[in-house]
Design a protein around this ligand. Structure first.
Ligand code: GLY
Length: 328
């Protein structure tokens, strides 16, 4: 086979989406990854949440996140049709709730920050929160709703991107890339997440996230449709309910290099926070505890575009937002 136009190193959702798009435009593309979709994409919760993931001082990242969020509906529709697969894309919205008066003050502070940025969020009393998610604990003091913060199932997303890419002729090379100069391609796209800094001088570092998957009893849908994020004694937890009965509970944030150990403390802290907010979670089946590595960067924003090496294009460092930023 002659050399491809583009070699994409890394078959997570970002690399797969780039490969799909390049092949749609007529380029010959190879994705180099021993096991596509098995890195951070497999562990991610899948929140498409530019508002509730907005942080002080990250306005440029917010603009990118909002631009990608705008593309999600059309992207999801096109990808579902191209792959013949359901992505588990849900637009029920997100509730951010407070477990104490101090936590509520913090949410009110966030609300003022969202207001200054023109981000839509609606303040709610505890009673209003419970009317939207009746399984919330009585101790919830109040919170706010970000109706535009949605979700997708990242595992389904990765499978669908893989299928859509294969359908337009993307070739998959299951060897582990060792060095970029070994790749015989006109252009190389580096989408290797936390492994990117092994290939090029890019400031990407691993930020570990432990995350749980639980299942509603009897295989039914969880008793809440919105994503619930909570502040409890200043710690944050999120619960992401899927239509198929799964609830994802996450996530820790730890700077421990490439360590992906699931620890008793990690699981304990996540479960305690989740059960404090939605007590019924205690009766759910715990089906998975895993840890992934977010590709962090100095300013928490991704590294995108041409590099000093004229053959190399970076598409990495998506940190907490890789699923949201996939369309853009
Ligand atoms: N975006 C959620 C997380 O990184 O835990």
């Amino acid at each position: 086979m002659s050399a491809p136009d583009v070699a994409v190193v890394g078959g997570g959702v970002v690399g797969l989406a780039i490969a799909w798009r390049c092949a749609q435009r007529g380029l010959r593309v190879t994705v180099v990854d021993p096991s596509p979709g098995s890195g951070a994409s497999r562990v991610a919760a899948g929140m498409l949440a530019p508002v509730t993931e907005a942080h002080f001082g990250e306005e440029p990242l917010l603009r990118l996140a909002l631009a990608s969020h705008e593309r999600w509906p059309a992207f999801a529709a096109e990808l579902s049709a191209a792959s013949g697969q359901d992505l588990g894309y849900r637009t029920d919205g997100t509730l951010l709730v407070a477990a104490s008066e101090d936590d509520l003050r913090e949410i009110q502070r966030l609300h003022r920050f969202y207001d200054t940025l023109g981000l839509p969020a609606e303040a709610l009393t505890g009673r209003e929160c419970r009317s939207l998610a009746p399984l919330l604990a009585p101790r919830i003091r109040g919170g706010m709703r970000a109706a535009g913060d949605h979700q997708v199932d990242p595992r389904r997303l990765a499978r669908a991107l893989h299928a859509a890419a294969a359908r337009v002729g993307v070739h998959f090379d299951h060897r582990r890339a060792e060095r970029l100069d070994e790749l015989d391609a006109e252009r190389v796209v580096l989408a290797a997440g936390v492994w990117s800094s092994q290939f090029a001088d890019l400031p990407v570092r691993p930020v570990k996230g432990q995350i749980l998957r639980l299942r509603a009893p009897g295989g039914g849908a969880p008793g809440f449709g919105l994503t619930v994020r909570a502040l409890a004694a200043s710690r944050s937890v999120y619960l992401v309910p899927r239509v198929d009965g799964e609830v994802v509970v996450g996530a820790t944030s730890e700077e421990l290099g490439h360590d992906t150990t699931v620890t008793a403390n990690g699981v304990h802290d996540l479960l305690r926070a989740a059960i404090d907010v939605v007590p019924d979670i205690g009766e759910y089946e715990l089906v998975e505890a895993s840890a992934g590595l977010r590709p962090g960067t100095p300013d928490n924003a991704p590294l995108l575009g041409l590099t000093a090496d004229p053959r190399l294009i970076a598409a990495t460092g998506h940190y907490r937002q890789g699923i949201l930023l996939t369309p853009i």
